[in-house]
Design a protein. Structure first.
Length: 242
């Protein structure tokens, strides 16, 4: 599995489209901040981070999901791995570990880039504000990883690139969660608090207030573990398409 992870890291680092995409995203981000710079206030760094980072699971996370999970379908690499006898559970686990590593880097750098841009535009942040921006980034990183794990079920179960990406984007923009919460509200009034957006909101609130997020963190881990388990299950049930 370590060899697979190393190979995937090498593949990502040599993926030219990744540098083009994130470079373009950085330029677009700077332009948005520049447009906002005329209306900066004391809380702009934090409030704008919440507004801007909301799109990162769909944009940055969407690219990572495509590069890590669905590129293998297009290149038939998933078929090759299983054909050479690679354990399917190890493939699912390795892909998620790679998503965690990639997500940690992207969402670890995003607050630094955000604060640096705002400082350059005349809205410098102190330590407390930087920590708040990092808490926001952690919230959206957790959303990205959880939805990647959930969308992985479609990757391994249906082996259809378009279907998996569309599902991920709908999850990232909370379309699926909102529809599910609305449909089941008469039966489970508090369902929204236990969907991924609600769970990460509770984790964020705990982090901001300095409280250990034991219960929401346990829910998050359970949610992700179930998604990975289902991915492994459907992967074993699905015949590979050659």
């Amino acid at each position: 599995m370590l060899n697979l992870i190393r190979g995937e890291i090498y593949r990502l680092l040599h993926k030219k489209s990744m540098y083009i995409f994130f470079g373009s995203l950085a330029v677009g981000y700077f332009l948005l901040a520049f447009i906002r710079s005329g209306g900066f206030g004391e809380e702009s760094v934090v409030t704008d981070a919440m507004n801007f980072f909301f799109f990162l699971p769909a944009t940055a996370g969407g690219f990572l999901f495509s590069a890590i999970y669905t590129d293998d379908l297009n290149s038939k690499n998933l078929t090759a791995l299983t054909g050479f006898g690679m354990n399917k559970a190890k493939i699912v686990t390795a892909k998620f570990i790679l998503a965690v590593l990639s997500g940690t880097i992207i969402f670890g750098l995003a607050p630094l880039f955000h604060c640096a841009v705002y400082a350059a535009l005349g809205c410098a942040a102190n330590t407390g504000i930087i920590m708040a921006v990092y808490a926001i980034s952690i919230k959206f990183m957790l959303i990205t990883l959880a939805f990647s794990a959930l969308s992985g079920i479609a990757v391994y179960g249906f082996q259809r690139t378009t279907f998996a990406i569309v599902l991920y984007i709908l999850l990232a923009f909370n379309v699926v969660g909102s529809l599910l919460a609305a449909a089941l509200k008469p039966f489970v009034p508090n369902l929204a608090a236990h969907l991924m957006s609600g769970i990460t909101d509770r984790i964020f609130a705990c982090v901001i207030s300095g409280v250990l997020p034991v219960l929401p963190a346990a829910e998050y881990i359970l949610y992700t573990a179930i998604a990975l388990s289902l991915s492994i299950m459907v992967f074993y049930l699905k015949e590979m398409e050659f």
